[in-house]
Design a protein around this ligand. Structure first.
Ligand code: CA
Length: 234
């Protein structure tokens, strides 16, 4: 097993080095980028298991960088800020950050969170792989076809473009077809230990998935709502 690699994007040298030292003392490999542009460059050219992202950065700020990372990757991201008012933004902007901490924070707590997020992320990835094998790489509901290895969804010949979480949610329901899940249990299964969002995001995602599926196939409702109980794939 390789050492887990963490990218620290932080312009305050002392904080960056403190984070790096604590991570290295816990067996991680840590890399520092001193501004948003360097962070972007490193993220694109290297592979990381976790990214710690300061909000206020020269060149490209943390919000923008987080958005850019989420376009192409589901690597866990923890945002860090000194301003409490940023928290609403982190929660509200749909950036896809997995966690946040407010400066000054305790380095051991930071390390604990990094570990927990990496473990959870790996567990989800592995369980996904097992399911895929069992399902012979395709999951079908009528005309709907999901190919988890490729993150692709089709209805008939038409491809439906879902973002990562929409895909994960639909895959979860499709693999448990017919079973009703409450919003809370869907959130727990699909979002894991995401502390930035809450279960209300499930409704938002279900609505978006439905819209996209309807566009490709108006004749069938793939996700059924059972009022007061939850959702199921049918
Ligand atoms: Ca800063």
């Amino acid at each position: 097993m390789h050492e887990k690699r963490v990218l620290i994007v932080e312009d305050e040298k002392m904080i960056a080095e403190l984070e790096r030292d604590y991570l290295e003392a816990s067996g991680f490999e840590a890399d520092i980028a001193a501004d948003g542009r360097e962070g972007m460059r490193k993220y694109v050219s290297e592979t990381y298991d976790f990214i710690i992202l300061d909000v206020m950065l020269p060149e490209i700020d943390g919000f923008e960088l987080c958005r850019a990372i989420r376009m192409g990757s589901d690597v866990p991201v923890m945002m860090v800020t000194a301003r409490k008012e940023d928290v609403d933004k982190i929660r509200g902007l749909g950036l896809g950050a997995d966690d946040y901490m407010i400066k000054p924070f305790s380095p051991p707590e930071m390390v604990a969170r990094v570990k927990a997020h990496i473990n959870m992320h790996e567990k989800l990835k592995t369980s996904g792989k097992d399911d895929r094998r069992a399902e012979k790489n395709e999951i079908r509901i009528g005309e709907l076809r999901m190919v988890p290895d490729e993150y692709r969804v089709y209805i008939g010949e038409k491809e439906v473009n879902l973002v990562k979480k929409e895909f994960d949610l639909l895959l979860f329901l499709a693999m448990n077809r017919g079973i009703v899940f409450s919003k809370d249990s869907i959130f727990e299964k699909v979002w894991g230990m995401d502390v930035v969002s809450d279960s209300s995001t499930v409704t938002v995602h279900i609505n978006r998935i439905r819209e996209k599926l309807r566009e490709a196939d108006p004749s069938h409702e793939y996700i059924e709502t059972l009022w007061g109980a939850g959702y199921r794939a049918k």
